[in-house]
Design a binder for this molecule. Structure first.
Ligand SMILES: [Mg+2]
Length: 254
């Protein structure tokens, strides 16, 4: 169901950048991962939806009218596979909650990490792998642990190796993300606002989970795709609320 207030707001705004979270917004939620590590062997099975032709067509139509950014917690390698149909001019991919951007064919790493950070992550991983988890999702910067339930010991292990409290842990119902507190999807929004000299009001962002909070706040128009899980000024319902937003934006940007 479409939110009337949002439609009016879009109509009166001059939107130049639309930022979409991926899972639960443009594709159905639910990544299945099984991963096994032995002393000399590593195996991984990952299955995920990719963007449908219907939504890809709408994204392609929209990027003729404004910049489009897909901002996800996933790693870039999967994002490229999932959104292959919409890559090209005016499409920006942001991976691992803002840690890496693919922008005009160029990979940009906005924040540098040091050995200390990676050591910490590695030590946590060593202990977490013995817990009741489904496996780690391959990522370059953040540590993502898939599990059937919110395994509380994960928080204890993070506290143990991060007494300085530089890291944050986010549970989204299917996985934990462990990452620097200072890194968020908002950094992507702010970087794009700076680079293209946009006004905050010219940016709309939609997301559905806790890792989208800062991104929604950094945009002039923040939209929640799941009002039970994420508060925002506006909300959209429906199976894939990202498609509802695409329809509204296309309708109002002839
Ligand atoms: Mg999501």
């Amino acid at each position: 169901m479409t939110n009337n207030k949002l439609e009016e707001k879009i109509l009166e705004s001059n939107i130049k950048l639309a930022v979409f979270d991926s899972d639960g917004v443009l594709i159905p939620r639910g990544t299945k991962i099984t991963q096994k590590e032995e002393s000399d062997k590593y195996s991984l099975t990952l299955s995920t939806d990719i963007v449908s032709d219907r939504i890809a067509n709408k994204l392609n139509e929209l990027r003729r009218k404004m910049m489009v950014c897909i901002s996800s917690g996933r790693s870039m390698i999967y994002l490229q596979e999932m959104y292959n149909k919409v890559l090209g001019e005016s499409t920006i991919l942001s991976a691992e909650n803002g840690s890496l951007l693919l922008d005009g064919g160029v990979l940009v790493q906005p924040m540098t990490y040091n050995t200390e950070y990676f050591d910490k992550i590695r030590k946590m991983r060593e202990e977490i792998k013995n817990l009741d988890i489904l496996g780690f999702e391959p990522k370059q910067f953040i540590l993502t642990i898939h599990a059937e339930r919110e395994v509380k010991e994960v928080y204890d292990i993070v506290r143990k190796y991060d007494p300085q409290e530089e890291l944050k842990v986010m549970w989204n119902g299917e996985a934990f993300d462990i990452q620097r507190k200072t890194m968020s999807k908002a950094s992507t929004v702010k970087a794009l606002i700076d680079r293209f000299s946009l006004k905050k009001e010219e940016v709309i962002a939609i997301g559905d989970r806790v890792n989208d909070k800062e991104m929604i706040d950094a945009a002039g128009i923040g939209v929640s795709a799941d009002k039970e899980k994420l508060e925002a000024e506006y909300h959209l319902d429906g199976e894939l609320p990202g498609e509802e937003l695409l329809d509204l934006l296309l309708k109002n940007h002839e």
